[in-house]
Design a protein around this ligand. Structure first.
Ligand SMILES: NC(=O)c1ccc[n+]([C@@H]2O[C@H](COP(=O)([O-])OP(=O)(O)OC[C@H]3O[C@@H](n4cnc5c(N)ncnc54)[C@H](OP(=O)(O)O)[C@@H]3O)[C@@H](O)[C@H]2O)c1
Length: 258
């Protein structure tokens, strides 16, 4: 039986694919059969990801330098994909910077602009230029990365530009799902809760109280395993989700149900 989750022959871009969840998404799409373009600023980390994927699936991946805050870089990256393979079927807008860990009104204008400029404006630029390709093709799947912390207002005192940027991602997702529906381009978002990536593992080691307190708020009483999120991206990138657009999938162990 042909699998609804099969991505064979599909061309995908994953931004921020050199580490963390971006690496997981790239591996999962590749395992499902897609040819993946790994993009970020640090080419060394992307090459490591490409090597790991090669060892795992033997599949072909490509590495491409990209700074999502620079429109010329975004245009050049799209051109690289189009020159190489002539289409873009899947875009995972995963690249982002983290929170400043200061109270919102203590954040400097530079911090605010840098976080909003990367997470929200960077995603907008990727959608703008990849969107031109997808609307012309009359097909495409865009998956944006929001966050549980942009989905609801958290009680954490250091909510700030990061959380505002992720709330903006949800709005951008719904808006563009509507606009691109006539072109058969779907736009959905994944909003992760706490996932135990390498960086978060370091944070938890340094802040054990934060970790213990977080477990009390999570009905499933654990942080997410990074590898578990890959299948959600495969679902949103595949024919299995063809009738789904403008949807926000919150994967937070139940944190936001209370
Ligand atoms: N991990 C979690 O628990 C969690 C929870 C909620 C939401 N999220 C969201 O999920 C996504 C991945 O999270 P993560 O924890 O895996 O993040 P991460 O480890 O910080 O990785 C983010 C990646 O984005 C890339 N990046 C940053 N700025 C960029 C730019 N200007 N241009 C191109 N690439 C850029 C970085 O690569 P370079 O430095 O090489 O460019 C980096 O590899 C993010 O959108 C994050 O907000 C994560």
């Amino acid at each position: 039986m042909e699998s609804k989750f099969d991505l064979s022959g599909k061309i995908a871009i994953v931004t921020g694919a050199g580490q963390g969840l971006g690496k997981v998404f790239a591996k999962a799409l590749s395992e499902a059969g897609a040819e993946v373009f790994l993009m970020a600023r640090n080419l060394g980390r992307l090459e490591d990801t490409a090597r790991e994927i090669g060892e795992m699936t033997g599949d072909k991946t490509h590495v491409c330098a990209l700074d999502i805050t620079d429109e010329r870089s975004v245009i050049a990256a799209c051109r690289t994909v189009m020159d190489a393979v002539g289409r873009i079927d899947i875009l995972i807008n995963n690249a982002a910077v983290g929170r400043s860990n200061e109270r919102l009104l203590d954040e400097s204008l530079e911090e605010w602009n840098s976080i909003i400029g990367t997470n929200l404006t960077g995603t907008f630029l990727m959608m703008k230029h990849v969107g031109k390709v997808m609307t012309a093709q009359r097909s495409g799947k865009v998956i944006n990365l929001g966050s549980m912390t942009g989905h609801v207002a958290m009680r954490n005192p250091t909510i700030g530009a990061y959380d505002v940027s992720k709330a903006g991602i949800e709005c951008l997702t719904r808006l563009m799902a509507g606009v691109w529906s006539e072109y058969n381009v779907t736009v959905n978002a994944i909003c992760p809760g706490y996932y135990m990536t390498d960086l978060n593992q370091d944070y938890v080691r340094e802040h054990p109280d934060f970790y213990e307190d977080s477990l009390k708020q999570i009905p499933l009483k654990k942080w997410g395993k990074p590898d578990d999120i890959g299948g959600i991206a495969v679902f949103l990138a595949s024919a299995a989700s063809d009738y789904m657009t403008g949807e926000i999938l919150v994967t937070d162990g139940g944190y936001t149900v209370w």
